[in-house]
Structure formats: structure tokens, C-alpha cells
Write a protein that binds this ligand. Structure first.
Ligand code: 5GP
Length: 125
């Protein structure tokens, strides 16, 4: 079911469990601000999710409430993941679903990082 972006944070969501180590993941990168891991159901040859360590439902929640240090750390981590995976020259796409119209499913902010082939138009017609 799609997430209501205005609901409070639910610490039983699947990414909260991944952050606590209760559910395994294929980690790509981790620092004080972010965890990056392979999506369980990849939509491109490279499909990595980057999530903040803090408890934020979505981009709206994060951009409004996270500290400047958290925001800088998270944004830099997303860039580093793409750089470390060698995606800068061929190119990549970032996507953050937010709320019901976007079909956000997991209520912990996550940036999708897609790459590994030409990705086509941004949205389905
Ligand atoms: P959303 O639709 O919320 O933007 O994307 C949620 C993403 O999380 C989907 O691409 C889905 O495949 C991925 N996902 C859901 N559950 C798990 C899980 O337990 N592990 C991993 N690695 N990815 C998951």
C-alpha cells in the first residue's frame, strides 16, 4: 500500500529493521549518515537504495526536519555511492517516491539509484 507522507514515522518499517540489523541486506556503502544496499527487486542492472540513518518517513519529512549536518552527510553519501560504483561517466538516475501519488511503499526515506543501461524516458507516458 502506498505511504501517506504525512503520517508519523513507524519504526517497524522494513528499512528501520534493516538499519537495526534485524533483516539482512547486501550493503554497498555505510557511514554515519547513510546506508546503501541493493534493492531486493532490481528494476535496472544496478538498483541501489540509499537511506538516511535518521528516522524520516520521506523526502518531505527529511527536508523539513533533518539537521544541516544530516542533510549534507546524506546527500554526499548518495554522490559517493554513485562515484564508487563507477556510474558518473555512463550516468545514473535518482528517484525518491514521496507519498501516495508516487507509490512510495516503504515509509523510510530512500533514494533509488538506477544505472547500468540507457534508462529511457523519465516517466511512462
Ligand atoms: P518505493 O516504492 O517505496 O519507492 O520503493 C521501495 C523499494 O524497496 C522497492 O524497490 C522494493 O523492491 C524495495 N524493497 C522492499 N523490501 C525490501 C527489502 O526487504 N530489502 C531490500 N533490499 N529492498 C526492499
Amino acid at each position: 500500500m502506498a505511504v501517506d507522507a504525512t503520517l508519523p514515522y513507524d519504526d517497524q518499517n522494513i528499512f528501520a529493521k534493516i538499519l537495526r540489523g534485524e533483516i539482512p541486506n547486501r550493503t554497498v556503502y555505510e557511514d554515519d549518515f547513510a546506508l546503501a544496499f541493493h534493492d531486493i527487486n532490481p528494476q535496472a542492472p544496478t538498483h541501489v537504495l540509499v537511506i538516511p540513518k535518521g528516522a524520516y518517513v520521506c523526502w518531505e519529512d527529511f527536508s523539513a526536519k533533518a539537521s544541516d549536518v544530516e542533510i549534507a552527510g546524506f546527500v554526499r553519501a548518495v554522490g559517493k555511492v554513485a562515484r564508487d560504483l563507477g556510474l558518473v561517466a555512463p550516468g545514473y538516475r535518482l528517484l525518491a517516491n514521496t507519498g501516495t501519488h508516487s507509490h512510495q511503499e516503504v515509509p523510510h526515506l530512500h533514494i533509488h539509484l538506477f544505472a547500468g543501461q540507457p534508462l529511457g524516458p523519465m516517466l511512462r507516458p
